[in-house]
Design a protein around this ligand. Structure first.
Ligand code: MG
Length: 305
């Protein structure tokens, strides 16, 4: 049976890209494998960006090549590609799903990808066409959907326009990113209500960060509005290299715990997720930031799940 809730694990890309401490290629591969063993079926695997921009992602080709073929056939392992060059590198190692990434803030786009919103969309057009021609799936990302570190509030009209363009390009879903963690539940409700008027709610994923401790409240608000897909990272890995002070993604363990308590199915095994999370945090030499993780390990929770 199809789970009620889909959690997209972004720890191995969105999470690790913000970590200064180098994580060995073999450890990145093992982390992705452990996440899949835990039941996650969509796991971001890396990013085909310039090595000088995001050094932690420079071994994405080797990570992807190092993953077992069976696993690559069976699961979604999206990799970010910023342009045609990145796409070509991804195709060389057999990537079957890409993610295209833009924002709705001109200032953020300039710093993050060195292009205006329009330029980024134009840059994606040939990439999307090439991807579809090769039956490569495309995931869309819109960051700063709930606010921008440079511009403050962002426009819902621009959000809808950019989402429309990405859907026109053939993305199968869009992840709406609260890149700097400024979203709050009322705002999430307003934005999701508006988006679901225009788009199929099953093609909307929410991507929250916990900067102000509201990520879980935002997950609940989006759930109540009908969203059933959420990005999260094991142990709350991450931040954003282009948004100073932005803390990690909402933790996969916390999101999983919430949905378990709501009696919903995710297909994910908490104990195995704890193992995956502990593995990567042991390589980073710090503990998981997930509250649920700590509670499960401290046995405050007597859940058998
Ligand atoms: Mg993120």
């Amino acid at each position: 049976m199809k789970p009620n809730i889909r959690i997209v694990e972004v720890g191995a890309r969105d999470g690790l890209q913000n970590e200064r401490r180098w994580v060995e290629t073999a450890d990145k591969i093992k982390f992705i494998q452990l996440l899949i063993e835990a039941g996650l079926t969509t796991v971001e695997a890396g990013s085909f960006v310039r090595a000088d921009k995001i050094p932690q992602m420079k071994d994405t080709p080797q990570v992807y090549e190092g993953l077992p073929d069976g696993l690559k056939k069976k699961y979604s392992l999206p990799c970010l590609v910023p342009n045609m060059k990145g796409f070509e590198s991804a195709m060389k190692v057999g990537v079957r799903e890409i993610a295209l990434f833009t924002s709705i803030s001109e200032s953020f786009n300039a710093k993050n990808i060195g292009a205006s919103i329009e330029e980024s969309l134009e840059r994606f057009r040939p990439v999307a066409l090439a991807a579809l021609a090769q039956e490569v799936k495309i995931r869309g990302y819109i960051s700063t959907a709930f606010g921008c570190p440079y511009e403050g509030a962002t426009s819902l009209e621009t959000l809808k326009k950019v989402a429309n363009r990405l859907f026109d390009y053939g993305v199968y879903e869009i992840s709406f990113g609260d890149t700097i963690g400024v979203a709050y539940p009322d705002q999430v409700r307003t934005i999701v209500q508006e988006l679901k008027h225009h788009f199929d709610i099953h093609q909307l994923t929410m991507h929250f960060h916990d900067t102000y401790g509201l990520a879980m409240a935002n997950v609940c608000a989006a759930y109540e509005e009908g969203v059933r897909s959420f990005d999260a990272s094991a142990g709350g890995l991450g931040g954003c290299p282009f948004a100073k002070g932005a803390t990690g993604n909402v933790a996969t363990e916390d999101v999983l715990h919430l949905f378990l308590k709501m009696g919903l199915t995710t297909g994910i095994d908490m104990q195995k997720l704890l193992v995956a999370s502990e593995f990567i945090f042991s390589k980073l030499n710090r503990p998981s930031q997930s509250k649920a993780h700590q509670a499960y390990r401290n046995k405050y929770s007597l859940c058998s799940d």
